[in-house]
Ligand binder design. Structure first.
Ligand code: C2O
Ligand code: CU
Length: 484
C-alpha cells in the first residue's frame, strides 16, 4: 500500500528536523571545544582573583615578561653540567632494551649534585628528540624563566638546539628534572634524572623509581639489587617517584623516620614501620640505622627492591598500614599566617562527557570548566594564598604546583596537627578535599597540574599567574610547544 507522497515528504522533514536538533548543538559543542592551533598561555581561560583585587598591583613589575625572570646571568657556576637528550633504543642498567629517551646516554640521566648556595648551570642539548624537549626542575622553586615549560617559560629545544638553565640552589633536598615538552610521552620514555641539593653523605642512597614498558625499576634496574653499607651507618634513602601513579614505599628490617618530603625537612619525625604513600612526582627521604641483618627498600608491589647493608636483607612485604603526614611529627612555625589569606581559591576537579579539542570523551573539569576554559589563578607578589583542592572525578590526582611549596592545612576538614607538611605535589584521592596555603613569593606564570601526566594532557592543567606578567611564548605554533 503506497503512502501518499505528501505524508512521506512530511515524514522525511520530521526526521531531518530531529537529526538537526541533535547535530546542531553537538556541532556547536564540538566547535567550541576546539583549542586554537596556537595560543598564549597567559590569555588562557578566565581570571579567578580568589576574592582579592583584580589588577591595580602592577606598578612593581608591570608588563614584566617571563623571559626576563631569569636566574643570575653573571657569575661562575659552582656546578656546571651538560645534559644531552636523545631518542633512542637503550639498555636498562639491568640489561633489558627500551625504546625511549636518554640523558647522556642513560635513563635515568646522571645525578646532579649541588650544595645550598651553589650557582647551578645546566646546558641542555637536544640531539635527537624529534618532538623537541626541555628540562623542568621538579620541586626546585627556580625563577620563572628557568622553569623549563615549553610554550610557557621557553620554546621547546628542537633537534640540534640547546638551552642554558641557571639558578641558585636555595633549599636542600631531593628533586628531579624531566622534560616538560610532550611530557606524558617523554618522561614515561625516560627523559628525566635526579638532582640532590645537599652534600653526599656515606649513608646516602638515591632511589629513582620508574616503570619502563611495564617494567618497574629502581635507578634503571629491575629486580633486586644491593648497596653495601656497614651496619651502624645512618642511611638516608632519597626516594623519587617518577611514574604516573602513587606507590607505597618503605623499609623492611629497621624502623625508619620520614625525614623529608618534597625537599622540605619534617619537624620532629619519629620511627615507624608503616608504608609511605609516595605520590607521582613526589619525593620522600627515609632515614634508618643499618641493622646487622641489613634492610630493604621496597617500592610498590612489583618485585623491585634495594638491599641495604652488609648481609642479605630480610624479605617480605610492606605492612598494610600507611603513614599519615597529617599527624606525623610535631608542629613548627610556618613563617606566615594562612588565617590572613589575600586569596582563597577553589580547584574543584570533576569529570564529564563532552568534546575536548573536537575529540569526544570523558574529560576532566576544573571548577566545572573544561580545558582550555579553566580558571587562571591570579595573585600579586606577597599574597598569602589558600587553595581548596577537591576531587569528585572518580580517580586520584597528584596535584603539582610549579615554583612554590605549599603547606597542607587540612584534609576532608580535619586540620593538620603534625609537622608542617610542605608539598610541591599532593595526592588528592577521589572524594578528598585538601586545603593548602602558600606565599606568592616567586613572580611568573606557573603551571598547576596533575602529575599523572596523561591526565594533564587530557586537560587537568591550569596556571597560577602573577598580575602584570606576560609571556612571549605560545603553546602550539611554529615552535610546536606542547607542555603536556
Ligand atoms: Cu614534574 Cu609540571 O611537572
Ligand atoms: Cu590526574
Amino acid at each position: 500500500m503506497a503512502e501518499p507522497t505528501s505524508r512521506r515528504r512530511w515524514g522525511r522533514l520530521v526526521a531531518l528536523g530531529i537529526t538537526l536538533a541533535v547535530l546542531v548543538p553537538l556541532g556547536y559543542l564540538w566547535a567550541t571545544s576546539l583549542v586554537p592551533g596556537s595560543y598564549n598561555p597567559a590569555d588562557m581561560g578566565y581570571a579567578d582573583y580568589g576574592g582579592g583585587p583584580a589588577g591595580g598591583h602592577d606598578h612593581h613589575h608591570g608588563g614584566m615578561s617571563v623571559a626576563d625572570l631569569t636566574g643570575p646571568a653573571a657569575g661562575t657556576p659552582d656546578v656546571a653540567v651538560t645534559l644531552t637528550a636523545r631518542k633512542q633504543k637503550f639498555q636498562l642498567a639491568s640489561g633489558e632494551t627500551v625504546d625511549g629517551y636518554t640523558v647522556n646516554g642513560t635513563s635515568p640521566g646522571p645525578l646532579i649534585r649541588a650544595r645550598v648556595g651553589d650557582l647551578v648551570q645546566v646546558t641542555f642539548v637536544n640531539e635527537s628528540v624529534s618532538d623537541g624537549a626541555t628540562l623542568h626542575w621538579h620541586g626546585i622553586d627556580v625563577p620563572n624563566a628557568e622553569d623549563g615549560v615549553a610554550g610557557v617559560t621557553q620554546d621547546a629545544v628542537p633537534v640540534g638546539g640547546k638551552h642554558v638553565y641557571r639558578f641558585k640552589a636555595e633549599q636542600a633536598g631531593t628533586y628531579w628534572y624531566h622534560s616538560h615538552q610532550v611530557s606524558s610521552d617523554e618522561v614515561k620514555g625516560g627523559l628525566f634524572g635526579p638532582i640532590v641539593i645537599a652534600p653526599a653523605t656515606p649513608g646516602e642512597v638515591v632511589a629513582a623509581i620508574h616503570t619502563y614498558d611495564g617494567k618497574r625499576t629502581i635507578n634503571g634496574r629491575t629486580g633486586s639489587q644491593r648497596v653495601e653499607l656497614p651496619a651502624g651507618t645512618t642511611a638516608r634513602i632519597r626516594v623519587i617517584n617518577t611514574d604516573n601513579a602513587i606507590l607505597r614505599v618503605g623499609l623492611l628490617g629497621a624502623p625508619y623516620k620520614v625525614v623529608a618530603v618534597d625537599g622540605r625537612e619534617v619537624h620532629g619525625p619519629t620511627p615507624l614501620t608503616a608504608a609511605y604513600p609516595l605520590a607521582a612526582g613526589a619525593r620522600v627521604d627515609l632515614e634508618a640505622v643499618v641493622p646487622a641483618g641489613g634492610m630493604r627498600l621496597v617500592a610498590g608491589t612489583a618485585a623491585v627492591s634495594l638491599g641495604i647493608g652488609p648481609v642479605d636483607p630480610p624479605s617480605g612485604e610492606l605492612p598494610g598500614e600507611t603513614v599519615d603526614l597529617l599527624t606525623y611529627g610535631t608542629p613548627a612555625p610556618l613563617g606566615f599566617d594562612p588565617a590572613h589569606a589575600d586569596r582563597n581559591f577553589e580547584y574543584r576537579i570533576g569529570r564529564r562527557p563532552g568534546f575536548l579539542d573536537g575529540k569526544p570523551g570523558l574529560w576532566w573539569t576544573i571548577n566545572g570548566h573544561k580545558f582550555p576554559d579553566v580558571p587562571m589563578y591570579m595573585v600579586a607578589e606577597g599574597d598569602i594564598v589558600r587553595m581548596t583542592i577537591s576531587n569528585t572525578s572518580g580517580q586520584a590526582h597528584p596535584m603539582h604546583l610549579h615554583g612554590h611549596h605549599a603547606v597542607v592545612l587540612s584534609r576532608n576538614g580535619v586540620a593538620a596537627t603534625g609537622s608542617p607538611w610542605w608539598v610541591d605535589t599532593v595526592e588528592v584521592g577521589n572524594k578528598q578535599t585538601y586545603e593548602i596555603a602558600f606565599v606568592a613569593d616567586n613572580p611568573g606564570l606557573w603551571m598547576d597540574h596533575c602529575h599523572n601526566l596523561p591526565h594533564a594532557s587530557e586537560g587537568l592543567m591550569t596556571h597560577l599567574m602573577y598580575e602584570g606578567i606576560t609571556t612571549p611564548y605560545r603553546v602550539g605554533g611554529d615552535s610546536h610547544n606542547k607542555p603536556e
